[in-house]
Every structure is written in structure tokens, then in C-alpha cells.
Design a protein around this ligand. Sequence first.
Ligand SMILES: *Cc1c(COP(=O)(O)O)cnc(C)c1O
Length: 296
Amino acid sequence: MDIKFEVNSPVHQIKNHLFDEKGLQVFIKRDDMIHPVISGNKWRKLKYVLKKAQDEGKNHLVTFGGAYSNHLVATAAAAAKFGFKATGIVRGEEVDNDSLFLCRLHGMQLQFIDRETYRDKNAIFHKYFANDSDAFFIDEGGASAEGVKGCAELIDELPETYDHIFCACGTGTTAAGIINGISQNKVQTQFNGIPVLKNGGFIKNEIDQYLATPLTYHLHTQYHFGGYAKTTPELIAFVKSFVADTGILIEPVYTAKMLYALFDLAAKNRFKYGSRILAIHTGGLWGLMGTKNKFL
Ligand SMILES: *Cc1c(COP(=O)(O)O)cnc(C)c1O
């Protein structure tokens, strides 16, 4: 089957008194609207990975993630849509949650592996799938050169230009793709990445290894809120008011941290009056359900 479907996620303006006061026009690219399950950057990251699997004649996707991984959910749904078999190797002891329910519902086989063994994904793949000539290895989160290539296409779709582009960073694959897209299209814009992990400076090396040509960009490393999937009452309050004010659903692990940074930098006058800013909504909304307890 042809590995493609229409992306072209819309760009919506976010109206807000803060942005009016600071003379900013802020927009959000709704990659959360790409597909109900294969959402956001995870579809962009999978597109060329799936093409490669198909080109190599492999019809069994084997991939990795934590119990709340948006990548596992997206891979399960993409596998079902494009006719692949899929196995998800899940880090840690056996559990059940909404994300894993969705993986199973799409026909993904789940295999739980203890944290120590999980570290060496190549060894796991070799141990369990060496004799399966259909098995195709996809790294955790879809991190790969193919993933970077898919994310670069986001820039091709932009209807207008912006002074700044903001995006959350986990592995940095999406950021690297967007930066390559900016270079390839010779777009005049400044890329701003928000690492969601603590000590996110390491993301620079992850990003730079994929850049086709070097480009200056900014990493705002102070918006991790304690680390990956960690939250504070302030961040949760931000999610509530953003969703209630805009009608745009966001989750606290990635997009909320990025948008919080954007609002905070705006309040601190870090943007020139008249700036146009684009935030990327990277999706992952099924993961929101796994964070319900933080909202109690
Ligand atoms: C995976 C994910 C990211 C991080 O993408 P990277 O390419 O790993 O940096 C950002 N936002 C959401 C919603 C995600 O699921």
C-alpha cells in the first residue's frame, strides 16, 4: 500500500490580551489534527521509516517505548492503516493504561521488558526477532534520519512566514527536521526549541548530528518543570486556562511546556513588537488521559 495520506494541518491564530498588549501575532500549526491517533510529529517521523520498511519488503514493525509512549500508539495505528504487523516492546513491568489499550486495539502485540534489559534495544531485537526476516527495527520515539526528513516537510506546508517558530523537544528529531526545512526553504525565521527534559542542553548534540547545514537556533532549557513528564501546579493551571480560553486541547508533557515558554517570554518582552510567532502543536493527545491524576 502507498504510505501516504494528506497532512496539511491548519494554522490557527491564538488571540490573547497578552499578545495584543505586546504587539504579537501568535499562531499554532495544528499537527494534532493530522489524524485522530497517528497525530502530530509522530506521523511525520514515521512516514519515511514505513516507506523504508516497505522498500525492504519487511511487514513487521518492531518498536520501543514507555507505557505512555505516543510513539507506540502512533506506530500501532499506522501499522494497522498501512497493513503492517506490529510489536511494541514496553519498558518496565506489565501494566495497563489507555495508551496501551489503544495499541492493542490496533492489533499491536505488546511485550514488557525490565528496565535494565530494555536499555539495549538492539540486543532485544536480535534476541527475539533474529529469525523473523519480516521484522523491521524502529528506534524509540522514531528517532532516525528518516524521521528528520519527514519533519522537514512541515516547513514546506507553511502558508506564510514567521519571525519565530517554537517546538517542544524530546529526542530533538523533530527540531532537527524543522531546522533542516528552514534551511532548505531559505525561510527567514528563528527556531526556538523547548527541551522537556531536565538539563536539556544535551539536545543540541542530538539536533546538530542531523543538520544538513549548520543554522543558529535557540534552546530554552529552563522550561522542563522538573523533568520529563513532571509537572508543577503552575503548569497544570496553565493547561487548564489555555484549553478553556482557546478550545485547543494540549497535554502537559510536551506542548504545554512549549506554550508556557512562549507566553513567559512574551510577558518578559523577549520578542520585538510586531513579531509573528508560530507554535507547533505536536499532538500526542491520547497521552493526556494518562496525566488525569495531575489535574485533581
Ligand atoms: C514525541 C513527542 C515530542 C518530541 O519529539 P522529538 O522528535 O522526540 O523531539 C513532542 N511532542 C509530542 C506530543 C510528542 O509525542
